[in-house]
Ligand binder design. Structure first.
Ligand code: BTN
Length: 268
């Protein structure tokens, strides 16, 4: 049996240009298979859901990650939530714009906790050399435009030990801050949601070049010689930056190459 709690979070108070109303719903459930799937179901079942509606699960049992992976998280220790957006007039080819806005919004929200996060292309959130969170964006398309977008966010909050296979490359808010006591997850959720949505709202109309430049300034391992796996071969490369289509430019052996997601991976 699920207990349901509903919180309100405020957005851009007194901003008359805000597309979102001042008070949005954050619905918290004890257990869900996946907050993205639940929000998707709500979206298809019920009369229009308001932009900014968010679902958080205290325990997510079948979380999904990027590229068909699973997102494992321990009960009551980490943050798993999804939020609904209706991007304004955003063409399918501009999907990466949304990705950048969300990454930067989260990174900005984390800075309120004095966490200096970077973005590991395309949308992993890193603190130093370790992943603190990930994003799964699922869009519904209509007539070449993104009609609605479900932004699923997983952030490690209080977890202090990770399975051996990922222990060297995973961290949490508590570990990064070396905090003696756990962080209240509901509170953390509201501040991440609030910070991220404020960033999204204030930057949604900015030029892509401007967003791209900010994204590239926050890029993990940019300009630093590092090891990559390219077509099964280990290579040393130097990240130059992403382009508006979301491809990653990397200098390898004096050549500038552009990769999409399936063509390159980091060796960490
Ligand atoms: C990644 O692979 O890095 C992306 C992970 C995204 C996980 C979040 S947790 C909340 C939301 N619900 C899901 O099933 N996945 C996303």
């Amino acid at each position: 049996m699920n207990n349901i709690y509903a919180f309100k979070y405020s957005l851009l108070q007194n901003n008359t240009f805000s597309r979102l109303s001042l008070r949005q719903n954050l619905i918290v459930l004890d257990e869900l298979s996946s907050t993205n799937d639940y929000l998707k179901e709500l979206l298809s079942n019920i009369k229009p859901l308001r932009e900014g509606t968010a679902i958080m699960a205290r325990h997510q049992t079948r979380g999904r990650g990027q590229r068909g992976s699973t997102w494992l998280t321990t009960k009551d220790e980490n943050l798993t939530f999804s939020v609904l957006l209706y991007p304004d007039n955003l063409a399918v080819e501009e999907t990466f714009r949304l990705n950048m806005l969300i990454c930067l919004g989260i990174q900005q929200a984390l800075s309120q906790y004095q966490i200096e996060a970077t973005v590991k292309w395309p949308n992993d959130i890193y603190v130093q050399d370790k992943k603190i969170g990930g994003i799964l964006i699922e869009n519904k398309l209509k007539g070449g435009l993104i009609r609605s977008s479900i932004i699923g966010i997983g952030l490690n909050v209080n977890q202090q030990s990770f399975p051996a296979a990922i222990a060297h490359k995973a961290t949490s808010l508590r570990l990064a801050k070396q905090a003696a006591t756990p962080f209240p997850i509901d509170e953390f959720c509201i501040s991440i949601l609030h910070g991220m949505m404020q960033y999204y709202q204030t930057h949604a109309t900015h030029e892509t070049a401007e967003i791209l430049s900010e994204y590239n300034n926050r890029l993990y391992r940019k300009g630093i010689p590092a090891k990559f796996l390219v077509q099964g071969k280990e290579q040393i490369g130097r990240i130059v930056g992403a382009n508006a289509q979301g491809k990653l430019a990397v200098d390898i052996e004096e050549q500038r190459l552009h990769f999409d997601l399936k063509e390159i991976s980091f060796i960490i």
